[in-house]
Design a protein around this ligand. Structure first.
Ligand code: HXC
Length: 261
């Protein structure tokens, strides 16, 4: 039994699978779901038994069809601002989780759903997934990071087209513009996400965490500062057992067995 009303969570062989579970509303994000995501990802950050997280949507049809429109329709300006800020903070928490997070996009990823997928490190989509930022048809811009993360992922021009027109794109187009890393058949989606998670788990955990932090830090600062950050963390990793284990295994022509968490 999940301790959450709107999320399912299970851990198998170091992989934590989080499913947004409001299939009747196509997994739309209401306040309660955002609150539960906040709680779960706060716990995951210090859970050393979970090495990689996969985030997906329950049901056949939808990853997340956006923020819950019924809940937003009567919001005041102040409430809208607060709602955006609260959800932004939760998405930032997901983006900065020490462990890698893979979005397994099984269907609609619209509005806040597309923004949630973009807060993950890697996106794997099923062939039937659809992406879009349709907010301008509702009289609002994206408010969960879409105006910021989308151009960083696909470039300014493509992002503006998606933001201004509000059209949906299919998985093949999302792959073509760099919004997703991989497209697979619907039946294969979780296997593909688990295969990637499993591969990451065999690599040195601290080195993977450092890669994630360096990419996230570096994209928001100038190149020189990013290089300085990289040099620091690169150096620090030489003080880890995993660096000895990894390099010794290479020299001895065998697979490494990493130990650091
Ligand atoms: C609340 C939603 C919902 C949403 C779907 N539902 N999306 N409820 N909020 N975002 C509900 C429907 O009301 C319906 O409930 C049920 O889910 C099934 O949806 P249908 O529309 O009947 O399904 P279908 O015809 O297949 O169309 C699928 C769809 C469409 C194309 C995904 O549901 C749709 O356009 N949804 C809204 C997408 C959207 O605009 N997202 C952006 C939201 S704004 P009932 O009770 O009738 O069965 C946003 C802003 C983020 O995300 C930033 C805020 C600060």
């Amino acid at each position: 039994m999940s301790e959450y009303a709107n999320l399912l969570f299970e851990v198998e062989q170091g992989i934590g699978v989080v499913s947004i579970n409001r299939p009747k509303a196509l997994n739309a994000l209401n306040g309660a779901t955002i609150h539960e995501l906040d709680d779960l990802f706060t716990k995951l950050a210090t859970d050393s038994s979970v090495k990689v997280v996969i985030l997906t949507g329950s049901g056949e049809k939808s990853f997340v069809a956006g923020a819950d429109i019924t809940e937003m329709q009567n919001m005041s300006a102040m409430e809208g601002r607060n709602w955006g800020k609260v959800a932004q903070a939760v998405f930032n928490k997901i983006e900065n989780l020490p462990q890698p997070v893979i979005a397994a996009v099984n269907g609609y990823a619209l509005g806040g759903g597309c923004e949630l997928a973009m807060a993950c490190d890697i996106r794997i989509a099923s062939e039937q997934a659809k992406f879009g930022q349709p907010e301008v048809s509702l009289g609002i811009p994206p408010g969960f990071g879409g105006t910021q993360r989308l151009p960083r992922l696909v470039g300014k021009g493509r992002a503006k087209e998606l933001l201004f027109c509000g059209d949906m794109i299919d998985a093949a187009e999302a792959y073509r513009i760099g919004l997703v890393n991989q497209v697979v058949g619907a039946e294969e989606l979780m296997n593909a996400a688990k295969a990637m998670a499993g591969k990451i788990i065999t690599r040195a955990p601290l080195a993977v965490k450092v890669c994630k932090a360096a990419v996230n830090e570096g994209l928001d600062i100038d190149l020189e500062s990013g290089m300085a950050y990289e040099a620091e963390v690169f150096g620090l990793c030489f003080a880890t057992e995993d660096q000895k284990v990894g390099m010794r295994a290479f020299v001895e022509k065998r697979k490494p067995n990493f130990c650091e968490k």
